[in-house]
Design a binder for this molecule. Structure first.
Ligand code: KG4
Ligand code: ZN
Length: 349
């Protein structure tokens, strides 16, 4: 079965083709990032995002088909992100996918964006096996989930306020870095010195698996003000603050992930979502895992390849194919609605 995946929930347009026969294979994935377009505005401008998705989808589809060596007539189902995300952006992808499915006479599969992230590590060369614990860290979400299989998700803990990626982005902004903040802040942090500034580790010892990151951002703001404001701080101070922020957030993410593994008795941790691209997070998780320093860890960590960490069409094509394999009934193409606010809890058991 050949599944076409369409992603357009935020600032990346993604189109991919996944063949589910046998072991499954990603045949092609084409992506356009709008980062350069939004950069001048310091963040994603929803209206510009929607307009750009409209411009990009058809050419990306052409590229993906050419790369896969397939024709549209071979497509068996069209999976797309129905939510959560920006309403206008979601509408573009949904309308495109539904119209295409209707024209081809194949079913449409509206999917939850986070399910795509949760399953994305299965695209990697060494995929995990079910069940596993997933740390989902994106711009809008920070959750620890127990993943028993496709469609079998249990929430273990989540952020009570800002998501990890959001905290990276907001802190980057107040340090005067551009958008998107995560990669810029982590690059700066690599140049900073450890232990120059001490920042809180919110909820580190709360005993549960929840997170809170908004106080951390405020703590950085307070330090910046004490140092005379964002315009007054030196490059060195900026790098040291970035280092302190990243150290705090990574320590909390690592501790809670290890706690989640211990509490569930799981031995596989999957890290998904944009913040999963963070090198320091990866370094510290690796150090605690089976292959880590001293080899004392009891768990194995799985990451999607860098290109599947951030938003992409491949994870949507994959999630669609796995859903179909698991027996989920796709709907007849035609009518559709988007779900800009779609709690993942609605997918839970
Ligand atoms: O999963 P994603 O592409 O989109 C959402 O569904 O939100 O995640 C985007 C988030 C942004 O907040 C971005 O700053 C963050 O992931 N991010 C990073 C890194 N790369 C992307 N955060 C920290 N370090 C990185 N290297
Ligand atoms: Zn995402």
């Amino acid at each position: 079965m050949l599944v076409l995946g369409i992603e357009s929930s935020c600032d990346e347009t993604g189109v991919a083709l996944y063949r589910s026969d046998g072991d499954g294979q990603l045949l092609a994935h084409a992506l356009h990032s709008q980062v350069a377009m939004h950069q001048d505005y310091g963040g994603v401008v929803p209206e510009l995002a929607s307009r750009d998705h409209i411009r990009r989808l058809a050419p990306l589809l052409g590229r993906a088909l050419a790369e896969a060596g397939c024709t549209l007539a071979e497509v068996d189902a069209v999976a797309y992100t129905q939510g959560p995300g920006l309403a206008g952006a979601l509408l573009v992808g949904s309308a495109f996918a539904e119209a295409l499915a209707a024209a081809l006479g194949v079913p449409a599969l509206p999917l939850h964006h986070l399910e795509g992230h949760l399953l994305s590590p299965l695209l990697s060369r060494t995929p995990p096996r079910f069940p596993f614990v997933a740390l989902l860290v994106s711009g809008g979400h920070t959750q620890l989930m127990h993943v028993g299989g496709v469609g079998d998700y249990r929430l273990l803990g989540e952020t009570l306020d800002d998501a990890a990626g959001e905290a990276f982005d907001k802190t980057a902004k107040l340090l005067g870095l551009g958008y998107p903040g995560g990669p810029a802040l982590s690059a700066l942090a690599a140049r900073g010195r450890p232990d120059v500034y001490k920042l809180p580790r919110p909820m580190l010892n709360s005993g549960d698996l929840d997170f809170s990151f908004s106080g951390l951002k405020t703590a950085v703001l307070t330090r910046v003000r004490e140092l005379g404001g964002a315009d007054a701080i030196s490059d060195e101070q900026r790098a040291d603050l970035a280092h302190a922020f990243q150290a705090a957030i990574v320590e909390v993410l690592v501790k809670k992930s290890v706690d989640a593994l211990r509490q569930t008795g799981m031995q596989q941790l999957v890290v998904a979502g944009g913040v999963g691209a963070n090198r320091e997070l990866r370094r510290q998780l690796d150090a605690r895992s089976v292959g880590g320093r001293g080899g004392r860890g009891r768990f194995t960590v799985f990451y999607p390849e860098f290109e599947y960490c951030t938003d992409n069409g491949a994870m949507i094509a994959l999630a669609g194919a796995l859903r179909l394999e698991a027996g989920v009934q796709p709907k007849a193409a035609g009518s559709f609605s988007v779900r800009p606010r779609w709690p993942l809890a609605e997918l839970l058991r």
